[in-house]
Design a protein around this ligand. Structure first.
Ligand code: PMP
Length: 429
């Protein structure tokens, strides 16, 4: 049956859109942190930060249904939902971040952020990280070397390595500098290289917790020194919160708050509508004005009454259910349990993360830290056999990305960690 569906898919759908797993999972239902396939088999979702409150959360379903029954329309008319939601959203941010705009996908949010950076700086050079993924549009895929978008890097872009404390820890300090200084030096060099090629610097964009770069939390405060360099050079800082945002890191509502800086532009997506397509951009008023005072922007579905109702239900539920604190506590226990696997499995190189956003790095040798990509891929398949769904990240494809819905409970730790333990044992048996 899976084969028949896969064949139908291959016949009628564009081939670029690849599925996870050799034998794809055919899902029919979701609830909380669990998913069910067509044969009735239950899975633990350890991957999905879109259904951040949990799959089919009743608060979102109710809000969307009620609004859909009353009114949904494009965004050329006055409607209160967008204003009420914006007040609530901005109240979660530092006061300087006081203007919002809405669209439907993370790609659109980042695309607009880049346009804002260009308008504000008068430049065109964007700095991103070497394994970044920021979207599918022409502008964003030009700064997204990860996931093989097939798009060449934009000639005006420069890439810097994300600060990987595990891999750089020993060498980054070799010249006496801490990772923050190490990173600021990389930014300085990238700007100098742009200038040498006649490219004016416009801004820096990065995940607030690096995801495709290998689930790297970024050492505390690592951006502080770089932020000064960026601002002095006339560029802006864009924090891509598509993955870490909305309380996932546990210790903060927004990932950038962990780095001790206030970005100029923040982009939002994935968990924002718990599955309803809605994304956003929040910016400092003067930065946004450089774009929005002169350039019209219209997005048919961006900020429509139903999207805003979903987004409002998400914010309200995070508060009502205490999900940020929950993520901190249960994420901490999960991190500890995963680290415990290192006692029995030599291939566990590093386990890191914040809240329910965890990277589990597999290596061939703990001393050389040589990445073990084949093992990570085999573990993914083994986990699937044990009902746990997740994915891999990082330049070497050897980091398991554990990023479950925030509905993940302490009781799920046994399933996840037990399945990982058994998978590693099976692969080394
Ligand atoms: N930024 C990051 C960090 C992402 O992970 C993604 C999606 N994987 C995007 C942007 C693009 O979002 P979308 O797929 O909604 O366009």
């Amino acid at each position: 049956d899976t084969r028949r569906l896969t064949e139908r898919r291959d016949t009628v759908l564009g081939a670029s859109y690849r599925l996870f797993y050799r034998n794809p999972v055919h899902l029919v239902r979701g609830e909380g942190q669990y998913l069910w396939d067509a044969s009735g088999r239950k899975y633990l979702d350890a991957y999905n930060n879109v259904a951040s409150l949990g799959h089919c959360h009743p608060a979102v379903t109710a809000a969307v249904t009620a609004q859909m029954q009353q009114l949904n329309t494009h965004t050329r008319y006055l409607h209160e939902n967008i204003l009420n939601y914006t007040d609530d959203l901005l109240s979660t941010m530092p006061a300087e971040l006081n203007k919002a705009m809405y669209m439907c996908t993370g790609s659109e949010a980042n695309d607009l952020a880049i346009r804002v950076a260009k308008a504000y700086s008068g430049g065109e050079g964007i700095i991103a990280t070497t394994e970044a993924y920021h979207g599918t549009s022409e502008l964003t895929s030009g700064i997204s070397p990860a996931l093989g978008t097939g798009q060449p890097l934009a000639p005006t872009a420069r890439l810097v390595e994300a600060p990987d404390a595990y891999r750089l820890g020993s060498t980054a300090g070799a010249d006496g500098s801490e990772l923050g200084t190490w990173f600021a030096n990389r930014i300085r060099a990238a700007i100098a290289d742009m200038e040498a090629h006649g490219i004016r610097f416009a801004g820096f964009i990065a995940d607030s917790i690096f995801s495709s770069d290998g689930v790297l939390p970024g050492p505390a405060g690592y951006l502080r020194e770089a932020a000064e360099v960026i601002h002095r050079a006339g560029g802006i800082i864009i924090a891509d919160e598509v993955q870490p945002g909305f309380g996932r890191t546990g210790d903060a509502f927004w990932g950038f708050q962990r780095h001790g800086i206030v970005p100029d532009v923040v982009t939002l997506g994935k968990p924002m509508g718990n599955g309803i397509p809605v994304s956003g951009l929040v910016a400092k008023a003067d930065v946004l004005a450089a774009f929005s005072d002169t350039i019209p922007y219209f997005n048919t579905f961006g900020g429509n009454p139903v999207s805003m109702a979903a987004a409002q239900a998400v914010l309200s539920t995070i508060r009502a259910e205490g999900l940020q604190e929950h993520s901190r506590v249960v994420g901490g226990s999960l991190l500890d349990a995963l680290r415990g696997l290192g006692d029995t499995h030599e291939s566990v190189g590093d386990v890191r993360g914040a809240g329910l956003f965890i990277g589990f790095e597999l290596v061939k040798d703990r001393t050389t830290r040589e990445p073990h990509r084949e093992l990570a891929l085999a573990v993914l398949e083994q986990l699937r056999e044990r009902g746990v769904l997740t994915s891999v990240a990082g330049p070497h494809g050897n980091v398991l990305k554990l990023r479950p819905p925030l509905a993940f409970q302490p009781g799920d730790i046994d399933w996840l960690v037990g399945a990982l333990d058994d998978s590693l044992t099976a692969l080394y048996a």
